[in-house]
Design a protein around this ligand. Sequence first.
Ligand code: SF4
Ligand code: SF4
Length: 112
Amino acid sequence: MTYVVTDNCVRCKYTDCVEVCPVDCFYEGENFLVIHPDECIDCGVCEPECPAEAIKPDTEPGLDKWLQINSEFAQIWPNITIKKDPMDGAKELDGEAGKYEKYFSPEPGKGD
Ligand code: SF4
Ligand code: SF4
């Protein structure tokens, strides 16, 4: 089991999530964050810290796509452990449907 980051994280970067992870297993894309499934210890601490409710346990049904995305990009993107400013428009886009299809970038973020 692992926790995964899902659609509503696209163009967010509130990054409340990264500060609480005891094993620093968040990785940063240009406009999305992922959790490394092999490093996550399933503690669940990050889930309630995400204001966008984008973090889910992969035991919930229908999350195979997100597990694959988290797994793929956690191997490519840089590690992020420190909170940074949210992206422009993060609040306005919160809850919009289909953000991944519309806005997702596979490019890496800056990390820390
Ligand atoms: S707080 Fe939630 S939506 Fe925002 S960057 Fe972290 S995981 Fe993504
Ligand atoms: S569940 Fe725990 S270990 Fe996994 S990403 Fe969240 S805070 Fe980190």
